[in-house]
Design a protein around this ligand. Structure first.
Ligand code: GSH
Length: 201
């Protein structure tokens, strides 16, 4: 398998942490590519020109990190990262959706602040996205006791989203208002899978 990769993409990092945690990392060739420059190799595999994109042994491609993670989770024999049934199945998927939503909002903020000329900034839009992230963080702080010492796609997604907030500073200091979540993240970040996938600063 071939994974189209970027060192700073949090969606790629989610896939990479899952590959590390499941031991599948040795079965995947990692190729770094810039989706934003629409390279032919990537657009041929994924018309959206986005990373992560996974090329399978038969040449088929998968994209959107939740789809890639679900596929990969069926390729190993260890404990599933997405519990197949029951309440935890939906909890893990809900957590992934919440974490990916934080990422979507944080990336929009990053684009608005980092790429758009200052005089064209849309404050209403920025505030809307910041409030979405704040509410999501509040929810995670409230539900902290459900995170515990689990290792699955839900908590991987949450940790990757918090790591991206640190990387880009989209909402400034998120830790002070969410001390339990910050402690949980500081511990989770020490996992070898998180250390191995840290974005360059
Ligand atoms: N929903 C997608 C989001 C992927 C995504 O936004 N990737 C960004 C990098 S962080 C990208 O490749 N952007 C290139 C573009 O939008 O042209 C996923 O979960 O995989």
């Amino acid at each position: 398998m071939l994974l189209r990769h970027s060192h700073t993409s949090p969606y790629v990092r989610k896939v990479m942490v899952l590959l590390q945690e499941t031991g599948l990392i040795d079965q995947v060739t990692i190729e770094t590519i810039d989706g934003w420059s629409e390279p032919d190799a990537l657009t041929a595999e994924n018309p959206l020109s986005m990373v992560p994109t996974l090329v399978l042994y038969d040449g088929q491609t998968l994209f959107d990190s939740p789809v890639i993670c679900e596929y990969l989770d069926r390729q190993h024999v260890g404990r599933p990262m997405i519990p197949p049934t029951g309440e935890m199945h939906w909890q893990v998927l809900r957590e992934q959706a919440l974490a990916d939503g934080i990422l979507d909002a944080a990336i929009l903020i990053f684009m608005e602040l980092g790429k758009r000329p200052e005089e064209k900034r849309w404050d209403w839009w920025l505030d809307l996205k910041r409030r979405a992230i704040e509410r999501a963080l509040d929810r995670l702080e409230t539900d902290l006791d459900t995170l515990g010492d689990r290792i699955d796609l839900g908590v991987i997604s949450i940790a990757v989203a918090l790591g991206y907030l640190d990387l880009r500073g989209a909402v400034g200091d998120w830790r002070t208002g969410h001390p339990g979540l910050a402690d949980w993240f500081d511990a989770f970040e020490q996992r070898p899978s998180m250390i191995a996938t840290r974005p360059p600063v």
